[in-house]
Ligand binder design. Structure first.
Ligand SMILES: Nc1ncnc2c1ncn2[C@@H]1O[C@H](COP(=O)(O)OP(=O)(O)O)[C@@H](O)[C@H]1O
Ligand SMILES: [Mg+2]
Length: 1021
């Protein structure tokens, strides 16, 4: 058993907040109305206080109250318990079951449905899981339609026991289910007490079935037409809507994977049971039962697929085995009716089992991985009617057994546990119903044994002989009573055929009539054989031709039931138990009405007070040291994450750390016992908080690990990429170098062979040289004509080309230069070239003249005397320049004007022409090679009257001489001389002029009578 159930389901956030606020306060909030857990009830031995608390909560719509692990349910909030079971299963990975008990109509089935719904809604959902969930949920309406009926106690009373396993995977998803059904109350098919109905499905089919379907089944939409539906006299009930229930069932069937033909066969069976009920027998002449050609038989035959004749024979005769052969023995009418009913019950009962199997197939979980299971036991509740029969006997026996189980698991084992664990304990007395169980089931002496004996023994056994037998064997038993055994007073309340059992839940008087029959549940062999011929697949399945040896008597109904209950107990014992005790507030099926007497009675027989007392005196919670330590070890640093010593020591250390007070717990041999739920709540709450912290840490560690992993991966990747990149770069570099070596080699080879004729080795080199030279040349071409000598020196192979290019280029440049020249400039240059050809390299101061521009004249016409002009104008004055004339005698300098005309040169002084030299008479012109400006005009002098040669000094020597050479066409007669010049002073009289370079320029008459002209040496570039 596990820790306490919480009433409210909270989110984790809410939960943590609340814990932080105030744990104690939260506890009281849980107990708002009355006391939520009886364990906290103060006058805990008072039944009245107990009832008061129940009532208080009932009126506040709080129908659930705890006694520790037990939930008292006064019908609807069952979720807390379901939630607890689920959580415990999840955290402890073990199997559980919830035992729901209580009287018929107390709300067991509703509670079980609520629990199932809770799991359906709260479990993880995926498409697959939803599929399972839908089937789990929808199996309910189908089973209820076929297995529930209206009784006097409950309009939807379960007439079969149901144990359902819900299987969960490790994530808490519902993955499958399995249903075990127990003893269906088949007698209801053929007989209903007043105020009760047959199973719902019959009414649903007749009321809700589609027109086509009804026609096909041969049914009328009128329940009163069917004998099997009307015996209780209440086919229609206002609180039951058969029509809409029909729709639900139809839909559910399709979801639980019933095929079209299966549904057809199923309804054919239901309809054939109704038809069977209407089959009437008549006595023939011999008084045996006979069937006239009857419409009902026709339908049964059609729906079950059995030839009419075979069916007829089966219903009116039975097979008797004589020594070697089988003989057909006819039935009396009563017998035939009995056989018919037996057949109807058998058909329905077996079909019900088939249905359960079919549902199980659809719920089966195909995956075989480990599952945990929550079992839900919703069995028919304790039942007392005015007339109680075999069925009530079985049902109440079942409840007796479950009560026994409960006592064993709680009251008894609880107290025994304290003992074995060595915890101080004062035993709480309780009523153990073991004595009743034994009365019923004891071997040889128990009621069941006696009943079986009567059923099996040869001879005339009847219900009454069975009663007598009981009186004989167990007459003195304190829980057994019959008419015969009773005292006077009690006898009044008993009929002769009655026996009374004093059950744990109260007295029940059973009428023995029918006990033997119902226990035998005889279906004559002929009936079975008829069914084996059916074409209806379900019937064929339910009545297999290979049924175990039909000659051996089958186990009786009650023995089968007893065994199945023993199996069930075994199933339950292997699981952790949780309980829901349903208490019925009133017998009138009324809401809001609290019947004190009724409730008090239930509280009493359910042993709730004792349970409370044991709980209260005891400990609300206990756990094996290992489990407790495992769960809470995170709360103490010494025990986290692993405790080295024994679990008991670990727990001791843990609770010391948690500060449990000495009276709050006890340490047993193998378990820790905690007295109050609140201690555990606080521990659990602390654990929840701690769990989050741990989860965060684990998460952080994991994230760190993950990120680190990512980082390492990225780093590795980066290194890889880097390696590849570097490798690639290195390879590229190597290629480049290899290429460079090749190129350089080629270059060197080319260089070495450059002067050889073009070949492979040097062709590229030469191309390169050419290209290189041309490129360089292009960038270094002379900018002007004057730089023409600055031509780039060509490599040997380019000499010729270079020469050609140079010529072309210079020509081109010259042409360009020329085309840019003006007429004047051209004329000037012609003159200059003339000058050059005459003096270049000959006269020392020539270079200075080059840059001086030649003018048209140095003396303007208006500066020439008009008389002179008048005299020589007709000869066209071409050029005039001022000169210094040196006398022939004494060499005195005189300023004169030298004028060139077309015909002659004139030396003028003011208005006088001093000398005229016809060009034809001009014999020559001498100049020195030095830097002086002297010129000597030599004239032919035949005539002595004529003046001799002219010695002149002219500032514009080169200009004047050039003009003269052009005008007079005398370039050939201009002589550059060195040293001295001889000249004619007069014809026949000669003079000399000596030229030399000196420190300064001077002109003087030397002692030898020569004219000495000294000029400074000029540095030419
Ligand atoms: N939790 C509940 N809320 C409302 N009505 C309920 C509740 N439990 C039971 N009932 C009413 O009581 C009737 C009987 O309940 P049911 O579970 O069928 O009883 P049991 O299975 O114990 O015989 C239901 O049909 C319903 O009317
Ligand atoms: Mg029920």
């Amino acid at each position: 058993m596990t820790h306490m159930a919480l009433e409210v389901k909270e989110s984790l956030d809410e939960r943590c907040n609340r814990i932080l606020k105030n744990m104690e306060a939260s506890l009281t909030a849980r107990d708002r109305v009355g006391i939520q857990d009886f364990v906290l009830l103060d006058p805990y031995t008072s039944e009245t206080a107990f009832l008061e608390n129940l009532k208080k909560r009932f009126h506040e719509n709080l129908i659930y109250t705890y006694i520790g692990t037990l939930l008292v349910s006064l019908p609807p909030h069952i979720y807390a318990l379901a939630d607890n079971v689920f959580r415990t299963m999840q955290s402890e990975c073990n199997n559980h079951f919830i035992l729901i008990s209580g009287e018929s109509g107390a709300g067991k089935t509703e509670a079980s449905k609520k629990i199932l719904q809770f799991y359906a809604v709260s479990c993880p959902s995926t498409k697959l899981l939803n599929n399972v969930r839908d089937r789990l949920l929808l199996s309910n309406p189908v089973l209820e339609a076929f297995g529930n009926a209206k009784t006097l106690k409950n309009n939807n009373s379960s007439r079969f026991g149901k144990y359902m396993d819900i299987q969960f995977d490790h994530q808490g998803g519902a993955v499958g289910g399995h249903i075990l059904s127990y003893l269906l109350e088949k007698s209801r098919v053929v007989h209903q007490n007043h105020g009760e109905r047959n199973f719902h499905i019959f009414y649903q089919l007749v009321e809700g079935g589609e027109e086509d379907l009804l026609r096909w089944l041969g049914l009328e939409r009128n329940c009163t037409k069917y004998h099997f539906l009307v015996q209780g006299g209440c086919a229609k009930v206002s609180s039951i809507n058969d029509k809409s229930d029909w729709k639900t069932v139809r839909k559910a069937l399709s979801i639980i994977e019933f095929s079209e033909s299966e549904t057809e066969h199923l309804f054919a069976i239901i309809a054939s049971v109704l038809h069977l009920g209407n089959v009437k027998f008549e006595a023939n002449v011999q008084g045996y039962a006979a069937l006239n050609d009857n419409q009902e038989m026709h339908w049964v035959s059609k729906l079950l697929g059995i030839p009419n004749q075979v069916l007829k024979e089966g219903l009116t005769h039975r097979k008797i085995e004589a020594k070697t052969e089988e003989v057909l023995s006819p039935f009396s009418v009563d017998h035939a009716v009995y056989a018919r009913d037996a057949l109807a019950k058998a058909i329905y009962g077996r079909t019900f089992n088939w249905l359960v199997n079919k549902i199980n197939e659809s719920l089966a979980n195909k995956d075989s991985s480990r599952k945990t299971v929550i079992g839900l036991l919703d069995i028919y509740g304790f039942e007392v009617f005015n007339l109680n029969s075999f069925e009530q006997f079985c049902i109440n026996y079942c409840n007796e057994k479950l009560q026994q189980l409960f006592i064993q698991l709680t009251l008894k084992s609880e107290q025994e546990e304290y003992e074995t664990e060595g915890i101080e304990w004062e035993p709480v007395p309780y009523f153990n119903n073991k004595i009743i169980c034994e009365l019923v089931e004891e071997k040889f002496r128990g009621i069941i044994s006696l009943l079986d004996e009567e059923c099996l023994r040869p001879g005339e056994a009847t219900d009454l002989t069975f009663l007598e037998k009981m009186e004989e064997e167990i007459g003195g038993h304190p829980h057994f009573m019959t008419h015969k055994l009773a005292d006077k007073k009690t006898r009044k309340t008993l009929e002769r055929g009655d026996f009374r059992l004093l059950h744990y839940a109260g007295e029940v008087t059973y009428c023995v009539v029918g006990f033997l029959d119902k226990n035998n549940d005889l279906l004559y062999r002929s009936g079975k054989e008829v069914m084996q011929q059916s074409k209806n697949a379900i019937i064929r399945h339910c009545f297999p031709s290979t049924e175990p040896d039909s000659k051996r008597r089958p186990e009786t109904v009650v023995t089968q039931f007893k065994n199945s209950l023993a199996d069930l107990a075994e199933i339950l014992m292997a699981k952790e138990a949780w309980y829901v005790r349903c208490i019925k507030p009133n017998e009138a099926k009324q809401p809001g009405h609290f019947d004190d007497v009724l409730v008090r009675h239930q509280v009493k027989y359910l042993g709730l007070m004792e349970h409370l007392r044991v709980r209260r005196a005891g400990f609300a919670y206990r756990r094996k040291y290992e489990i407790f330590l495992q769960r809470y070890k995170a709360l103490c640093p010494e025990t986290w994450p692993n405790w080295k010593g024994t679990a008991a020591e670990g727990v001791r250390c843990l609770i010391k750390h948690l500060g449990f007070k000495p009276d709050e717990y006890k340490l047993g041999r193998t378990k820790i016992f905690i007295r109050h739920p609140r201690t555990l709540f606080a521990t659990e709450d602390a654990f929840q908080v701690c769990k989050h912290k741990l989860a965060t840490r684990i998460q952080a560690k994991y994230k760190g690990y993950k990120v680190k992993e990512d980082f390492l991966r990225q780093k590795e990747a980066a290194t890889k990429i880097e390696n590849c990149w570097r490798g690639m770069m290195a390879r590229k570099e190597r290629e480049k170098r290899a290429w460079a070596v090749k190129v350089i080699k080629k270059f060197i080879k080319g260089f070495m062979t450059r002067n050889q004729p073009a070949c492979v080795d040097n062709s590229e080199y030469l191309t390169y040289v050419r290209l290189n030279y041309l490129t360089r040349l292009k960038e270094n071409l002379p900018k002007t004509v004057l730089e023409k000598d600055a031509w780039l020196t060509p490599p040997p192979i380019m000499k010729e080309v270079s020469q050609l290019l140079k010529t072309i280029y210079i020509r081109c440049m010259v042409r360009k230069y020329m085309s840019g020249l003006s007429v004047q400039r051209k004329a000037q240059l012609l003159l200059k070239s003339q000058t050059s050809s005459m003096f270049k390299g000959r006269k020392e101061n020539y270079p200075f003249s080059v840059s001086r521009i030649f003018l048209d004249t140095r003396i303007a016409l208006e500066d020439i005397n008009t008389r002179i002009l008048q005299m020589i104008r007709h000869e066209h004055i071409k050029y005039s320049v001022p000169v210094v004339k040196y006398d022939r005698n004494g060499f005195r300098p005189r300023l004169r004007q030298l004028i060139f005309t077309q015909e002659a040169a004139y030396l003028a002084e003011e208005a006088k022409i001093k000398q005229r030299i016809d060009y034809s008479c001009l014999k020559g012109v001498s100049v020195s090679n030095l830097s002086d400006n002297f010129l000597i005009l030599h004239v032919t002098c035949d005539d002595s009257k004529q003046k001799g040669d002219l010695v002149l000094q002219c500032e514009h020597l080169f200009e004047a001489l050039t003009k003269l050479s052009v005008i007079a066409d005398k370039q050939n007669c201009i002589k550059v001389v060195q040293g001295s010049v001889r000249f004619d002073i007069q014809p026949g009289r000669e003079g000399f002029i000596d030229f030399k370079s000196g420190q300064e320029s001077m002109v003087y008459r030397a002692k030898n009578g020569h004219l000495m002209v000294e000029s400074t040496r000029t540095k030419t570039r």
